[in-house]
Design a protein around this ligand. Structure first.
Ligand code: PRP
Length: 207
């Protein structure tokens, strides 16, 4: 644990105590397990950065983060790169009727940087169904970048609804609900330094 930073277990205990943590009826007895520690994440990010630095040697990629989830991973990744880069961000929105998602994804906040002729590396926290990234790649390819690659911190391959393969992946994970290191549950837990599985002991699916 970082003495000045957050310790995942005590943070979660504190949140439950102070906020009477109730993630919803289906998750009322939240239980957690650390899937990837801060140290394991640091080591994997360093490996990814080394690989990306080799691949982009002599180049200055535009690193595009997808808000909100990617911001912590992207901050660590770009500081570990051995090549210079520029940064920009997009936010995506899925559209539908009422609470039913149509699966249609559009850009909410667009890039502020033209990408034609530039090397673009999209950075994402997690690939789940693949809808977000396959759509974003389709949109950005039309702007004719010199190259377009994707680096995803986590990959839940068994959840794919559309085919999508990231060029760089931090960790492949099973179909469990994970939080921390930028990933949220109802906007909570993004700040946790470890990646944790959020489960329920009441459903017998807990950890
Ligand atoms: C999450 C995640 C990815 C997307 C992946 O974003 O950050 O962007 O879902 O899902 P997909 O592969 O099924 O499309 P979310 O909409 O939860 O927003 P957030 O980044 O603000 O957490």
């Amino acid at each position: 644990m970082d003495r000045r930073g957050h310790d995942t277990a005590s943070c979660l205990r504190g949140i439950k105590r102070r906020q009477r943590f109730s993630p919803g009826a289906e998750m009322r007895e939240a239980a957690t397990e650390i899937l990837f520690t801060k140290g394991a994440i640091e080591r994997r990010v360093a490996e990814l950065a080394a690989q990306i630095s080799r691949d982009y040697k002599g180049k200055e990629p535009l690193v595009v983060g997808i808000l909100n989830g990617a911001f912590i991973f992207m901050a660590d990744l770009i500081r570990a790169l051995a090549v210079p880069c520029r940064v920009d961000f997009v936010r995506l929105a899925s559209y539908g009727t009422g609470s039913v998602s149509s699966g249609e994804i559009r850009i909410g906040k667009d890039l502020e940087t033209p990408i034609a002729g530039h090397d673009v590396l999209i950075v994402e926290d997690i690939v789940d169904t693949g809808l977000t990234l396959s759509r974003l790649v389709e949109i950005l390819q039309k702007r004719q970048p010199a190259s377009l690659k994707v680096c995803a911190f986590l990959d839940k391959r068994e959840r794919r609804r559309v085919p999508f393969t990231a060029d760089y992946v931090g960790f492949s994970i099973p179909d469990r609900f994970v939080v921390g290191y930028g990933l949220d549950y109802n906007e909570k837990f993004r700040f946790l330094p470890d990646v944790c599985v959020l489960g329920t002991s009441s459903e017998g699916e807990g950890i």
